[in-house]
Design a protein around this ligand. Structure first.
Ligand SMILES: CC(C)(COP(=O)(O)OP(=O)(O)OC[C@H]1O[C@@H](n2cnc3c(N)ncnc32)[C@H](O)[C@@H]1OP(=O)(O)O)[C@@H](O)C(=O)NCCC(=O)NCCS
Length: 171
């Protein structure tokens, strides 16, 4: 088995939505979902790197659909690309209808984790080889998402973000 594939890192967590985790409309709190996604994604990043990992940034979260109390929620996280010390993790959230049992996509998010040593210093991670078309598509887009995240965090100058520039300039 090739250990450096997204599926080797895939982490699936299923849990239900309790009343204490909901807002006044009886839907899941955004913060609770963020925490569930962070837990699943950190396990995926750890499975890939076999290191201690820390959340460096939450690059994208789309709360597309409300998740009602009593729903069964599945959070599925997998590393979509590994860079030098950081990893992008893609998270898909599925909701199971209480009555029909039908599963549908509720939300998605993209987190960045950094592998660190015992002193908290960033340390290198293995490369990742995407296999499926979806994994290849996510892998290909990860560099421009990393550059956008770094530009927004003030850690990269916009004119150094080559992938982003190519996206906007069409080159
Ligand atoms: C994440 C952390 C280790 C990064 O440290 P740093 O000094 O910025 O380290 P570097 O500049 O060497 O960056 C390390 C990697 O993170 C990436 N990175 C840093 N900030 C990033 C951001 N905002 N978005 C995307 N990637 C980022 C860098 O590009 C680099 O990636 P690469 O080595 O794969 O190219 C450090 O900021 C940290 O420990 N933060 C606290 C983490 C934490 O406690 N998380 C839980 C929050 S509640």
């Amino acid at each position: 088995m090739n250990l450096n594939t997204p599926s080797a890192s895939r982490t699936t967590m299923t849990d239900m939505v309790l009343p204490s985790e909901t807002n006044p409309l009886h839907n899941l709190f955004g913060g609770e979902l963020l925490a569930r996604m962070d837990r699943a994604a950190s396990i995926a990043a750890r499975r890939h790197s076999r290191r201690i990992v820390v959340t460096a940034s939450v690059n994208h979260v789309a709360f597309n659909r409300a998740v009602p109390v009593g729903s069964v929620v599945t959070v599925e996280a997998a590393v979509s690309r590994a860079f030098k010390t950081s990893m992008e993790v893609y998270i898909d959230v599925w909701m199971e209808d209480r009555f029909s049992g039908e599963k549908s996509k509720a939300n998605e998010a993209i987190y960045t984790f950094v592998a660190v040593d015992d002193t908290g210093k960033p340390t290198e991670v293995p490369e990742l080889s995407p296999e499926t078309d979806l994994e290849k598509e996510r892998f290909a887009g990860a560099l421009r998402r990393k550059q956008l995240s770094l530009v927004l965090a003030g850690k990269m100058k916009p004119n150094e973000a080559t992938e982003l520039k190519a996206l906007f300039m069409g080159s």
